[in-house]
Design a protein around this ligand. Structure first.
Ligand code: PMT
Length: 411
């Protein structure tokens, strides 16, 4: 896609990955985009304005108080000029500034003043990325509608290995191109399930699991940001509703089944992220079970819950059906078998035996498996993983539509 007529404001903050940014500017210029580079004070320690001026063809801006530059195009005018703002690399400090809505310098002021979409490509040491403070800021930025891309995992300039490398300029360029393509789920209806279910034993006790709902809520938010009308059927979670998403709260697997089937006819896509209890106590008593009445050993019979996603996949007019799988061994093998057994179009598998991913973590890593391929998505925040998954799920949806079109022309 050609980017002629598109104005891209590239903010560079102070990280070693700044050395990669001239490649990104060159790719954007080759696609005919106009690029205005804005440097923070820290960025100047890693890359010179002269290099960036040479590749972008425009004087670099770095000062909120530069009278001459402000006279040519004031910062508010510059914020309005941008069709897209890209911050790459984005340091932990800059992400914190952005999350708090502070405006101590030109770049943060522009990010606050612009109405354009902002793409943020984090780059930092792996421990800084994993720190609860950074993960809180990631969460805020995603909820504010900023598009987080990466970070990638691998060897770092400081000698550590782990998540925190800026994504490669070529990959960032691809994301920028997609930002100007039509939003990938525009006009579609998506139903997402999230969180755990609770299966009652008696009025005060239940059986549940460790799902926090974070991954499912992130999927719902990413689908809404991609233009879909999203309904989220959520088990008991303490998360705020994602912006623009209709949230239906449920408790048990049977409640979730009923809520999904009451709405499924209108859906184009169904994404089952919930960790649904496979079994429930065969008898739930109306009164609290007294310890004295049980003795020293308590045995309980269970009966099977309905398989919600498999029942959706069996519908004659079914939406595109995407499942999730939490596995601890033979991860890909079990997920491939689960996809086939449940009749799913695709499945997203996460290895929950790995530390720091899966249940109740802020980050995740997963493999998307569909009929024609598999794609591994590296360790990253649940929000950025969800954004990547939604882009690939939209491609699977488009391919299915194209296939259905060909079939109906042939018949
Ligand atoms: O919520 P978080 O803390 O963020 O954690 C995210 C997660 C680990 C829960 C999520 O990434 C995940 O893996 N979700 C699937 C959990 C799971 O255990 O799946 P499963 O293997 O039991 O089920 C496979 C698929 O069938 C899932 O899409 C599930 O929603 C669906 N299912 C399962 C049982 C059932 N009775 N009905 C269903 O619809």
């Amino acid at each position: 896609m050609d980017l002629s007529g598109k104005n891209i404001l590239l903010g560079i903050t102070g990280g070693i990955a700044a050395y990669k940014t001239p490649i990104l500017v060159r790719l954007l210029r080759q696609a005919d985009a106009e690029v205005q580079v804005v440097l923070t004070r820290g960025a100047r320690e890693f890359i010179t304005p002269t290099t960036l001026q040479a590749v972008s063809g425009r004087p670099v801006r770095d000062d909120l108080w530069d009278e001459e530059a402000e006279a040519a195009m004031g910062h508010i005018e510059l914020a309005r000029w941008a069709d897209l703002v890209v911050v790459a690399p984005a340091t932990a400090h800059f992400m914190a500034t952005l999350a708090q809505g502070l405006a101590p310098d030109l770049l943060s002021t522009l990010c606050l003043a612009t109405e354009a979409q902002t793409v943020v490509a984090p780059a930092m040491n792996q421990a800084m990325w994993r720190s609860p403070a950074t993960q809180r800021n990631v969460d805020i930025l995603a909820r504010d509608g900023r598009l987080l891309v990466g970070p990638a995992e691998g060897e770092q300039a400081c000698g550590d290995t782990g998540p925190g490398r800026m994504v490669e300029p070529e990959d960032l360029f691809e994301v920028i191109r997609q930002c100007f393509a039509a939003r990938c789920l525009d006009g579609l209806s998506v139903l997402v399930t999230a969180g755990p279910t609770e299966e009652a034993i008696d009025p005060v006790r239940h059986i549940t699991n460790r799902s926090s709902g974070k991954q499912g809520y992130a999927m719902a938010a990413a689908a809404a940001a991609a233009g879909a009308e999203v309904t989220l059927v959520s088990g008991p979670c303490i998360l705020p509703p994602p912006p623009g998403v209709d949230v239906i709260g449920v408790t048990s697997a049977q409640d979730m089944y009923d809520a999904v089937h009451a709405r499924i006819a209108a859906q184009d896509l169904f994404i089952g992220v919930a960790a649904v209890a496979d079994f429930r106590p065969a008898q739930s008593t109306g009164q609290k079970i007294k310890k004295e009445s049980v003795g020293t050993r308590f045995e309980m019979a269970f009966e099977e819950n309905p398989d919600i996603i498999a029942s959706v996949a069996l519908l004659p007019e079914r939406p595109l059906v995407i499942g999730f799988a939490a596995e601890t061994q033979k991860v890909l093998e079990h997920a491939r078998e689960k996809r086939r057994r449940k009749g799913l179009d695709a499945i997203v598998v996460n290895d929950v035996s790995r530390q720091g991913i899966g249940f109740n973590s802020d980050s995740n890593a997963a493999t998307l498996i569909w009929a024609d391929g598999e794609l591994a998505l590296p360790y990253q925040s649940k929000q950025s993983l969800a954004q990547g998954l939604i882009r690939h799920i939209a491609d699977i949806f488009t391919a299915r539509l194209a296939g259905a079109g060909q079939e109906s022309r042939a018949s």
